[in-house]
Write a protein that binds this ligand. Sequence first.
Ligand code: B12
Ligand code: SF4
Ligand code: SF4
Length: 358
Amino acid sequence: MTHTGSRPAPDYPQLAQSIKTWAQALGFARAAITGIDLSHAESGLNAWLAKGFHGEMDYMARHGPKRARPAELVPNTVSVISIFMPYLSGGQAPDAVLADTSKAYISRYALGRDYHKVLRNRLQQLADQIAVAVGEYGHRVFVDSAPVLEVELAKQAGLGWRGKHSLLLNREFGSFYFLGEIFTDLPLPADLPLPAEHCGKCTACIDACPTQAIVAPYQVDARRCISYLTIELKGAIPLEFRKAIGNRVYGCDDCQLVCPWNRFAAQSPETDFAIRHGLDNVTLLELFAWSEADFMQKMAGSPIYRIGYAKWLSNLAIGLGNAAPNPAIGAALLARQQDPSELVREHVAWALKNGGYI
Ligand code: B12
Ligand code: SF4
Ligand code: SF4
């Protein structure tokens, strides 16, 4: 769609203000606007790709410079409306789960409904509301999966600064939120980036990373990141990372958990992110006992569904192999030694050995 309405041109500053108000009414913590110049970020993206930090995420390289050039991705784009939505939904204290080796630590963003759906629907509602005000206009909504430098766009829009872990954070909400955007052909007045960043001399996120994935401030080698290893990587998790993964079976939050700005991180008002199946505080053994049918049924609508049953069992096997030894764990691992999946068999074999069961 392009902006072809026959109505008089809107009052863009007023429209921008309305968009921010509508966004908050739709459950976004905040919305802000930026232009499309990301040329300053292109060299960083290229350097990251050149070092191979994207690992097997071929899609990160596939779109070439489009990732940093919004108007090449969606022709006629002149403005980007950037939003964020917090996802924390209470539950057991993360540190307590991480410290209990019998428990499964699931990244806090994945305890409820798949955010892609939640944010995309909500962004579409915002886009539709804009259409009511201005008539037909060009736009496209994005959440996560598109070839877009979302953190950089949000930073440019003044929604926060980039932490040394590379994520967006701000003083009011910390960093436990999702980002999304509407690309549009409406020439909305751009907001300014924040005047200052507030990491100072802190390096807590870099120091806390269990696998030393933050190889330098603002540089994450995805190949070392537990989020990549437990979610994105299709094949076997390299041996060198398995002990460090501990009981993190889906994603990792350590670099955010230690961040001083997350001490008062906002809880999400979204009921869609409410914790399902007690995933905030569940034992590895309980999850490992799920059949494939259980997995498909319980994880339907969750981001975890995307990794599939074999990857799920493999991740759990690593957790079990790292857990304090216990006969019930040994028995559960032995029972899956002949699993039809080669991936699962290999991780189970490692776990049996690492846990001292064979
Ligand atoms: C690929 C990806 C990943 C990869 C790589 C992470 C990464 N830092 O690049 C993996 C799988 C590891 C990952 C993990 C996570 N992710 Co992720 N991920 C993305 C995705 C799809 C693209 C990010 C991207 O463009 N990376 C490319 C690199 C180049 O970008 P960058 O790190 O921001 O680098 C910039 C600078 O730091 C600098 N730079 C980086 N490296 C280098 C190297 C050199 C040599 C130089 C000079 C400069 C430089 O240049 C770059 C351009 O400005 C975005 C969604 C999106 N479409 O943007 C979500 C996103 C960034 N992820 C998100 C989340 C929540 C996570 C996790 C917290 C999930 C979890 N709990 O497990 C972890 C956090 C790990 C971490 N510390 O980054 C959220 C972040 C929200 C926020 N508050 O910022 C996003 C925005 C998704 C969303 N829509 O909400 N993720
Ligand atoms: S832990 Fe420290 S360095 Fe890392 S993002 Fe937070 S304030 Fe910045
Ligand atoms: S998500 Fe975990 S593994 Fe990845 S950079 Fe942060 S602390 Fe390191």
